[in-house]
Design a protein. Structure first.
Length: 503
């Protein structure tokens, strides 16, 4: 086994590695050109004319759900902790069934381009605007963390400066999505999921072939270290990995991430019918859960490998463990496979969903009404450019931050996701009305969630971050119900008073 000093970063990548990466990027460019060359309107650009096959929608959804954040962020969890993160997916599976039969029918009923149009039809434009703005905040910051994580991984593997890597990803994403639209995202997402599986299985197979005792030896080391623990039935509100907390966060977090986030739901809205969209979402359970488990297993096996090879240097930050292993240990070919998976996941950014929400929810109804489709298509591509730059700035700011990247993305999402989920559930589960009062509910909930997160981070409140979405959802839903009930009572009393006066 070669030591760190005997391996060079860039020359550690062989001809096969560069060939695999080049072929992946060429495929990306071809898909963007082929799918974008005939686009004439935003219906095609944002929805692909609702002609997406179920299998493409499924694999693309998984690619967006997994992202570079999972590829580089999940192995450190398995490396430093255990398998308890998998508890989250029990709740996540339940949430997908709920979304399939509660959310999706409502979105198809109103033929929504963005899911925030549902809020307009159900309540009014103020709720729609607020929902869209909350989506911008949530998605930009969470995706900024994702982009930073991917750029960090590739910069470590290639030996490039972090800022240069970040700039390269940003330019590639803008060109790819700006020209190809949602169809390019869907088809390359399908390819990405295949690459994710190939890279994960490749790394696992290599480690198992290079640890003492093979599978049984790896199991023994991991088991003794407690790395195989999957369930934690303790009652500890401060620990996000206990079973009850993980299940609740899986349900509420996934309903927020998949049901009220345009980035995820946009994939499902490209299916021709409601039934096809529902089928696609259910099928993602069978595709995403094994993939997440695979990358947790990668982290566990990396722990075993370094335990058996204590003389090998490790990175100064566990977030870099897969990148570090890729550079200094993996053979040619596998390096290129892992690098390609990370690069592809990094370019598949939320620019299409951000653009669709901005154009449909803000630009068309407020800034430029009644323009032709060529104008809106051009505006869509310009908005992709603008959001790409903004996303890069947020990712750059993350470089000066601290804390485990994977959990940071969840914490950021939790502050506003509860507000969005609460107002959607209010619209789907009740017949009560509200519009401007919904905005007040969402703002109060987001502020409360931010305060709770701050208290939790400071150790003042002994509460795990995973409870924040649950609390935020409850606050928004309860306040919207209360405000609607109060407004109804006031209106009834006012009408009765008017009758008495006339009498």
């Amino acid at each position: 086994m070669e030591t760190l000093s005997s391996v060079q970063k860039i020359t550690g990548l062989g001809g096969w590695d560069y060939l695999i990466l080049a072929a992946s990027l060429l495929f990306l460019a071809f898909v963007a050109w082929y799918k974008g060359k005939d686009e004439e309107d935003t219906h095609d650009y944002f929805l692909g004319k609702r002609k997406t096959p179920v299998w493409v929608g499924t694999l693309s959804f998984v690619a967006t759900e997994i992202s570079a954040m999972t590829i580089v962020g999940i192995p450190p969890v398995g490396f430093t902790e255990n398998l308890q993160y998998m508890q989250f997916f029990i709740g996540s599976a339940i949430a997908r069934v709920i979304i399939a039969f509660l959310f999706i029918p409502a979105f198809y009923k109103f033929s929504c381009t963005t899911i925030y149009e549902f809020l307009k039809h159900r309540f009014g434009v103020e709720t729609q605007y607020c929902g869209s703005i909350f989506f911008f905040i949530t998605r930009l910051f969470a995706s900024g963390v994702r982009l930073y994580a991917a750029a960090l991984a590739v910069s470590v593997i290639m030996g490039w400066p972090l800022m240069a890597t970040l700039a390269g990803f940003t330019v590639a994403a803008i060109l790819f999505i700006g020209f190809g639209g949602i169809k390019a995202v869907l088809w390359t997402g399908t390819f990405e999921t295949v690459m994710f599986y190939a890279a994960g299985f490749g790394v696992c197979a290599y480690i198992l072939c290079n640890v003492d005792g093979g599978i049984s030896g790896a199991y023994s080391v991991a088991h003794e270290a407690g790395k195989l623990s999957m369930f934690n039935f303790a009652w500890d509100p401060a620990n996000p990995n206990v079973f009850w907390s993980a299940i609740l966060n899986g349900i509420f977090g996934s309903m927020a991430s998949f049901g009220t986030d345009q980035e995820m739901m946009q994939r499902l809205l490209t299916l021709e019918t409601r039934k096809e969209s529902q089928k696609t979402l259910i099928l993602t359970i069978a595709a995403s859960v094994p993939l997440t488990a695979l990358y947790l297993l990668v982290g566990t096996l990396l722990y075993v490998f370094y335990q058996q090879n204590p003389g090998l240097p490790q990175p100064d930050n566990a977030d870099k463990i897969l990148s570090h292993f890729t550079i200094y240990v993996l053979p040619a070919g596998l390096k290129g496979l892992v690098l390609s998976a990370i690069v592809l996941a990094s370019i598949d950014s939320p620019l299409s969903s951000l653009s669709s929400s901005f154009i449909t929810d803000i630009y068309r109804p407020i800034i430029k009404k009644n323009a032709d489709e060529k104008h809106y298509l051009l505006a869509s591509r310009i908005s992709v450019l603008s959001f790409g730059i903004l996303l890069a700035v947020i990712a750059w700011l993350c470089a000066s931050g601290s804390g485990r990247m994977f959990w940071l993305a969840f914490k950021i999402n939790g502050v506003t996701a509860g507000s969005l989920l609460g107002v959607f559930l209010f619209g789907l589960l009740t017949k009560m009305r509200g519009n401007k009062l919904n905005v007040a509910s969402m703002l109060i909930s987001a502020l409360s969630s931010a305060i709770i997160l701050w208290l939790s981070e400071k150790g003042i409140a002994k509460l795990g971050w995973s409870w924040i979405i649950v609390i935020g959802t409850a606050i928004t839903f309860s306040l919207s119900c209360l405000f609607s009930w109060g407004a109804s009572k006031i209106k009834t009393a006012s009408a009765q008073s008017g009758k008495n006066y006339q009498g």
